[in-house]
Write a protein of this length. Structure first.
Length: 559
């Protein structure tokens, strides 16, 4: 019976059905082993379908195996001229690289998959690919692009009138708005998602929405409402044995209890959540949040030594994550470059197509002219030897002139290519002296083969100027924030003790004001408007309970 089920899946995939929806539950290792045994005896379209199924089944088990099977599926789909399976293989490769945090490669294959699926006009597959690209941009914290992709997915799902996919899109948009710190709008989307999931009776999806709503209400300091949603979510996570999300909920609940001064319940919640976090393999973010909440708890309980110990554990993990954030920024630059490069390639292909058409027309005209000349030559051959000689010499002269022109064109192209190559080398050396981190990226640009010889130099100069400015800004910001955390550790501990409700954004603003930076300097440093800085300062004054007329900067100096 099990074998029949496996063959049924393969037949559905081979018949070009939407494969993504078929393997959502094929993550049991025993099922994967059975699929791999069946693969050994398969060939052609049957093998192609199984390769794609296995590639997706390995997503959360082993991304390297995803890349291996998807790579073989891509080659076989091209050999069989099966575009549907090719688009599926490409999105599997995209997912494999995305799970390995190799964002530029993930974007490259995701866009290739999208191009094929848009050509095939399969709405389900297009929505799935757009959703994957949306999560890619969410992962590198480019909220605006993530929002644009997820809104496209929602529109497609609304057109298809698919309640389950619409509910998923609402939840995705809520997460993006939460990343943008627009929690009121995030809650609105989470509630819409929850309502649809309750109608569909999807308990695992319901618990995820409950958790997200609770976290957003906590961020808005509406702790009573947050506690109700988080408790409902924890009950379902316990029943479904979803320990990772359960640990998330315990951290958030402990924080809510602290803010409500329910210290006994907060301590009990931390005691229950700690062992769960320790058993998880991917637990660094959970442990960081756990130690921060635990530090506040022990500080309120009067155990300042334990509070300091937890805070140092939090800072140790936080400092380790700084390098990951820098990698995200570098990945974001690479992803932006790949997107812009693809747009440039599309324009180049269009121009090449136009040029090829002109060449074809020229060839037709040339053949016609040669035919006319040959006809005239044959008809006039009898007139006289002198005329034939004149025609012959004219043709020879024309051929020689054409050859001369072709040589001149080739020489000009060669000179232009050498000049552009030298320009690339000069750009590479200049950027190498400024930052060793950027040198590998410039070398990759030098190795690119430009199809359009007319505007390549201008494109390269614009790209280099753009990334140089962005890298300089990112380095300045990263160095500033890293120095602030290391050099002011005791200050931040005192600040955390006196004002536990401050967010990371608030603490960053405090550190900058402590250095007596003006609003204009802070806006430039954080790449935001001066108005946004003034609003943040006003909110910080309220959280610090300052009297009207009391200097915010002077107060910070006394902490």
């Amino acid at each position: 019976m099990k074998k029949l089920v496996l063959y049924g899946i393969i037949i559905l995939v081979a018949n070009n059905l939407c494969a993504q929806s078929l393997v959502d539950k094929l993550y049991d290792t025993q099922v994967i082993d059975s699929l791999e045994q069946e693969l050994s005896g398969m060939e052609g379209s049957e093998r192609l379908g199984m390769l794609n199924v296995l590639a997706e089944a390995y997503w959360f088990h082993n991304p390297d195996m995803t890349l291996r099977y998807a790579g073989e599926a891509l080659t076989l789909s091209q050999d069989l001229n099966d575009e549907k399976a090719e688009g599926y293989a490409l999105i599997n490769i995209c997912q494999g690289y995305l799970l390995k945090d190799i964002y530029d490669k993930a974007l490259e294959y995701g866009l290739k998959s999208l191009e094929i699926r848009e050509r095939l006009e399969s709405k389900e597959d297009i929505a799935y690919t757009l959703r994957t690209l949306g999560w890619l941009y969410y992962d590198i914290e480019d909220s605006e692009l993530a929002l644009a992709y997820h809104e496209k997915v929602l529109n497609i799902n609304l057109e298809m009138n698919d309640p389950e996919r619409i509910a998923y899109s609402y939840n995705s948009l809520g997460l993006v708005y939460a990343q943008k710190n627009d929690h009121e709008r995030a809650i609105n989307y989470f509630l819409q998602s929850l309502q649809m999931k309750e109608q569909l009776k999807k308990s695992d999806r319901i618990s995820e929405s409950l958790k997200n709503i609770g976290i957003s209400y906590s961020a808005l300091e509406q702790y009573g409402i947050a506690m109700d949603y988080l408790l409902k979510a924890s009950k379902i996570f316990n029943e479904t044995h979803d320990y990772y999300r359960l640990a998330q909920v315990y951290n958030e609940l402990a924080l809510v209890y602290l803010n409500l001064n329910q210290l006994e319940v907060a301590g009990k919640t931390l005691k229950e959540g700690g062992p769960i976090i320790d058993r998880l393999s991917d637990n660094q973010e959970l442990k960081m949040k756990y130690h921060l909440v635990s530090s506040r708890y022990h500080d309120k309980m009067g155990d300042h030594a334990r509070a300091l110990e937890d805070y140092r554990a939090y800072m140790e993990i936080y400092n380790k994550t700084l390098s990951r954030e820098q990698n995200h920024k570098l990945a974001q630059m690479r992803v932006t470059y790949e997107a812009e490069k693809r747009e440039g390639q599309i324009k180049i292909l269009a121009k090449e197509k136009e040029l090829a058409e002109l060449k074809r027309q020229g060839l037709v005209i040339g053949i016609f002219l040669l035919f006319v000349i040959a006809t005239l030559a044959v008809t006039r051959m009898r007139s006289s030897f002198k005329k034939r000689k004149a025609i012959y010499e004219a043709n020879q002269s024309l051929a020689a002139e054409r050859l001369k022109n072709e040589k001149l064109i080739q020489q000009n192209l060669k000179n232009e290519l050498q000049f552009k190559s030298q320009e690339l080398i000069n750009f590479g050396l200049h950027i190498s002296q400024k930052n060793e981190l950027y040198i590998s990226f410039i070398k990759q640009m030098q190795e690119l083969e430009f199809l359009n010889k007319y505007d390549a130099r201008e494109q390269i100069r614009n790209l280099i100027q753009f990334f140089s400015r962005k890298l300089k800004f990112n380095e300045t910001l990263d160095n500033y924030e890293t120095d602030a955390e290391y050099l002011n550790e005791d200050f931040f501990f005192r600040l955390q003790t006196k004002f536990p409700n401050l967010t990371d954004h608030d603490k960053r603003l405090v550190a900058q004001l402590r250095r007596k930076l003006s609003s204009k300097e802070i806006s430039s440093l954080n790449n935001i408007s001066v108005k946004s800085v003034e609003i943040s300062r006003y909110r910080l004054r309220k959280k610090l309970s300052l009297e009207k007329g009391q200097s915010l900067v002077d107060f910070i100096q006394t902490i």
